[in-house]
Structures are given as structure tokens and as C-alpha cells.
Design a protein around this ligand. Structure first.
Ligand SMILES: NC(=O)c1ccc[n+]([C@@H]2O[C@H](COP(=O)([O-])OP(=O)(O)OC[C@H]3O[C@@H](n4cnc5c(N)ncnc54)[C@H](O)[C@@H]3O)[C@@H](O)[C@H]2O)c1
Length: 357
């Protein structure tokens, strides 16, 4: 059943903002509450159009604050929670693991605690229809070799503080479901790309480095393999899981488009040459610079998404080259958004990590 009053945590982030835009396109959506702490990764400029919709409300608040979560639930009375709020960058989790424990583990625990008390207070029919959807990642299953795929029953084997904190959050979700009966769904997304992504992640980082005339830093030999999914496809999958997902269900929302990091950057260089400012042929590719690999860098992720595609009546629509073109076009056409994040903490991060001037 389509949810009508949806509380989205982390709605000012990359995937969350596209999820909110997607929800507001549905006539069944009566109200959306964006519950977001606005960390460095949250940006309200990503929701300028959506903010004009009378069904949309924003609340600046943290999932780590029990009282704020309780108040939001009481006031808003959701029939569905989409939990996306998290610390999400693996590199940051290596330098500052504590924030990941606080937000991803403690924050998810607090959200579950408040949600189950709220859910228990609902009349039977509303309690039956209620869904708590937790957005997780393929990284919780660890790293694969050249062959094989993760399946719904693959064991957890996280390798970074980020993936370990997301694994812990998944276990908390499952424990609330088993212990208290809370109707929970978990989606495991693959590497997502698209407009409005904070430029510390590979694709927007490379786009902005390239447009700035700087080097394109690729970890190690660039042969690590990721499965890429365009953000609109990911948002559609999350929506379908909220509508059709079964409590206790695990859904693999991957793009089924595996690429090495180096190939991603090379395709991006060609796309920038085609639709970006005029440069001589091969200009961007010459800027690729191999840098020291990330410690514990996972080699490959890949999920078998066939069951999810059938169960959720969903499949990704964007071919990687097309999604990449949309993404580059968006960054070229939205200088105000780019400017809004190129200050303060972002510049400091770039200085520390890439010597960005
Ligand atoms: N981006 C990907 O490739 C990817 C892949 C798989 C899964 N995921 C998962 O999807 C979710 C969203 O990812 P994203 O890339 O959009 O993240 P993001 O980093 O772009 O955004 C995270 C959002 O959460 C908010 N937030 C952080 N701490 C908070 C707190 N304590 N309380 C409330 N809000 C808080 C931030 O302000 C931000 O708006 C995350 O749970 C992530 O683990 C992401």
C-alpha cells in the first residue's frame, strides 16, 4: 500500500532529497516531513522546488535526540518512516569513526526506540499498515573477488568503520522487529551517483576537480569494482520497497552496472569533453593521478538483485553513460548549489586530502 504521511530522516542529503522529490510526485502522498540535522552533507538548496509544495515540512533535528524524535512522531503522525540519515563517507569514517558510531548506531537505536513506542500507541489498523524502512548498503557484506555476488542470506562482513556502523544499525533494526514486532524493511543500495551529491564521493569530486583544472586523484590502480545506480533509480526502489516491501524483508537495490573506478573516471573525462567547457582532446584524462590507496579498500561489490526486482516490480532505467551525462549536466548548470558547498568544512577537507587551493 502506498504510504501517505512519510517522515524522511536525512532528507536534505543526496539520496534523501531525490526520495522527497519522488514522494511529492505521488498523488497518494499527503505530507512529507524532512527530519534532518543539516550536517556538512545536508543542503536545503537541494529541495528548493519541493519546499514550495504545501505538503512538505522541514524540521532541523537529530536522530540522536530522543525528545526531538518523539516530538516529531507525535506531531506528524507518520504512517511510514524512511530512515536515510547517516554519516556516509568511508574516508571520513577512517579519520573520525566516533561520529559514525554516534549517528549510524546510536541514532538508529534512538529512532527505533521512539518509533516502536509510537507504533505501539497506534490503533490496530494503522499499526498493521505502518512501515519502518532502513536504507542500508551493499558494503555491509564486505568485499568480493573477481566473481560471485551477494545474496539475501550472505553473511555480514564489514571492513570499514562506515560499513561496520551500518551493519550494527541493520542488526538493531532486525532486533526491534524480532523483539517488539515493529514492521521493518531493509534496502541495501549499491554505489549511487547523480545530481546534488556532496563532492567528497568519487563522481562529483572528479567533476569539480576537473572543472577547477585540478588533478583527478584515483586510489591505488583504480581497479576496484563498484556497481553503480543512478539516484532516481535508487529513490524509485526505496519508494517501491515502502509500498510493496514485506515486514522483515531485505531488498537489494543495485544498479547491476559494474565498473572499475578508473573506467568511471575515464568515461567522466570523455563526458566532460563532450558537454563541458571547450578543452583539447584528452585534456581531462591527462589529469588522472594515481594516489596512495585507501587502507582496507574493498575490491568489489556486486548484488544479485533479481528477486528484489520481481518482488518490488522495479528495475533500474538509467544506463551508466546516460546517468553520468545527466549528472555532469546538473553540476554544470547549478553553480549556486556548487558554490554553497565550496566553503568552510568542504574547502578544509579538500585542502587536507587533495591539496585543493
Ligand atoms: N550514497 C550512496 O552511494 C549510498 C549507497 C548505499 C546506501 N546509502 C545509504 O543511503 C543513505 C543516504 O545516503 P546519502 O548518500 O544520501 O547520504 P548523505 O551523506 O548525502 O546525506 C546524509 C544526510 O543525513 C543527515 N544527517 C546526518 N546525521 C544526522 C542526524 N544525526 N540526524 C538527522 N540527520 C542527519 C545529513 O544532514 C544529510 O542530509 C545513508 O544511510 C547511506 O548509508 C548510500
Amino acid at each position: 500500500m502506498a504510504p501517505s504521511r512519510i517522515l524522511v530522516t536525512g532528507g536534505a542529503g543526496f539520496i534523501g532529497s531525490t526520495v522527497i522529490a519522488t514522494l511529492l510526485k505521488k498523488s497518494s502522498t499527503q505530507a512529507v516531513l524532512n527530519f534532518d540535522a543539516l550536517t556538512y552533507a545536508g543542503n536545503l538548496l537541494s529541495l528548493q522546488e519541493e519546499a514550495k509544495d504545501p505538503r512538505y515540512t522541514f524540521q532541523r533535528a537529530s536522530v540522536q535526540n530522543l525528545e526531538e524524535v518523539q516530538r516529531a512522531l507525535e506531531d506528524f503522525q507518520p504512517d511510514c518512516i524512511l530512515h536515510l540519515a547517516a554519516e556516509t563517507h568511508v574516508d571520513r569514517s577512517l579519520n573520525h569513526p566516533q561520529t559514525f558510531l554516534e549517528t549510524n548506531v546510536l541514532g538508529t537505536g534512538i529512532l527505533l526506540q521512539a518509533t516502536s513506542a509510537y507504533w505501539e500507541s497506534l490503533p490496530l489498523e494503522k499499526a498493521d499498515a505502518f512501515r519502518f524502512l532502513h536504507v542500508s548498503t551493499d558494503e555491509v557484506f564486505g568485499s568480493l573477488g573477481d566473481s560471485g555476488q551477494f545474496h539475501q542470506d550472505s553473511p555480514y562482513a564489514p571492513t570499514s568503520p562506515y560499513s561496520a556502523s551500518k551493519s550494527a544499525a541493520d542488526h538493531l533494526v532486525r532486533s526491534w522487529e524480532k523483539s517488539f514486532g515493529l514492521p521493518c524493511i531493509i534496502t541495501h543500495g549499491s554505489n549511487c551517483y547523480g545530481p546534488k551529491q556532496f563532492p567528497e564521493k568519487l563522481i562529483p569530486l572528479m567533476i569539480l576537480q576537473a572543472l577547477n583544472g585540478d588533478s583527478l586523484p584515483v586510489y591505488g590502480d583504480g581497479q576496484q569494482i563498484r556497481d553503480w545506480i543512478y539516484v532516481q533509480d535508487q529513490a524509485d526502489a526505496i519508494y517501491q520497497a515502502a509500498c510493496l516491501g514485506k515486514p522483515g524483508g531485505t531488498y537489494f537495490t543495485g544498479g547491476s552496472q559494474e565498473q572499475t573506478n578508473l573506467l568511471v573516471v575515464e568515461t567522466l573525462c570523455r563526458t566532460l569533453e563532450e558537454i563541458g567547457p571547450f578543452v583539447e582532446s584528452g585534456f581531462y584524462k591527462k589529469k588522472i593521478k594515481f594516489v596512495q590507496d585507501r587502507p582496507g579498500h574493498d575490491y568489489r561489490y556486486s548484488m544479485d538483485c533479481r528477486k528484489t526486482q520481481l518482488d518490488l516490480d522495479w528495475k533500474p532505467h538509467y544506463a551508466f553513460a546516460d546517468g553520468l551525462r545527466e549528472t555532469v549536466r546538473w553540476y554544470l548548470n547549478n553553480p549556486a548549489w556548487v558554490k554553497s558547498i565550496q566553503t568552510g568544512e568542504y574547502r578544509q577537507w579538500m585542502d587536507e586530502n587533495y591539496g585543493w587551493r
